[in-house]
Design a protein around this ligand. Structure first.
Ligand SMILES: N[C@@H](CCC(=O)N[C@@H](CS)C(=O)NCC(=O)O)C(=O)O
Length: 201
């Protein structure tokens, strides 16, 4: 398998952690790319020019991170990190959607901040920031439902919080969220998380 990636991407990190946890990371060849430049090597396979994008050994192209993680979970016979069916599936997928949504808003803020000052919209930034704040509050208040689990939902939350630290270090999401803070400290010790910190390289 080949995976298009960039070291700063939280969605790539999600796939990386997932692959490590299910024992498939050694089977992935990493192809570094810059999705923001719509490089032909990436757009040929993914018209959206987004990472992560996976090329499977049987010639399929898979995106996005959710589809890739589902695919990886189908390749192993150990503990599944995405419940395949039944009631357990929906809260896990919702948690992933929430964490991914926090990241989507964060990335929109990051891109907005790169526009020239005259083009930037404070209203737009506030709207995205508020979505992130509400998402974080939702995580804090619902933490007891998932704090002792380890699945795609939990991995996604850890990637979202880690990326907020990486990109918005002065906006402390930990303030007034003591349970989330303590959960994140603990889960961050896990090797798959400790070895995949985002980087600007
Ligand atoms: N929903 C997608 C989001 C992927 C995404 O937004 N990736 C960013 C990098 S972190 C990207 O490739 N952006 C390039 C662009 O939007 O042009 C997923 O889960 O993989």
């Amino acid at each position: 398998m080949k995976l298009y990636y960039a070291p700063a991407s939280p969605f790539v990190r999600k796939v990386n952690i997932f692959a490590m946890e299910v024992g498939l990371n050694e089977q992935i060849e990493w192809i570094k790319t810059n999705p923001w430049q719509s490089e032909e090597i990436l757009t040929t396979d993914n018209p959206l020019s987004k990472i992560p994008t996976l090329l499977t050994d049987d010639g399929q192209v898979l995106f996005d991170s959710r589809v890739i993680c589902e695919y990886l979970d189908s390749l192993h016979s150990g503990n599944k990190l995405i419940p395949e069916s039944g009631e357990a599936r929906w809260p896990v997928l919702r948690l992933q959607a929430l964490a991914d949504g926090i990241l989507d808003s964060g990335i929109l803020r990051l891109m907005e901040g790169k526009r020239s000052p005259e083009q930037q919209s404070a209203d737009w930034d506030h709207m995205q920031k508020n979505a992130i704040e509400r998402g974080l509050d939702y995580l804090e208040s619902g933490l007891s439902e998932w704090k002792d689990k380890f699945d795609i939902g939990v991995i996604s939350v850890a990637c979202a919080l880690g990326w907020l630290d990486f990109r918005f270090p002065v906006e402390d999401w930990r303030k007034n969220r003591p349970q989330l803070k303590s959960w994140f400290e603990s889960i961050s010790q896990r090797p798959s998380l400790a070895e995949t910190l985002p980087a600007d390289i």
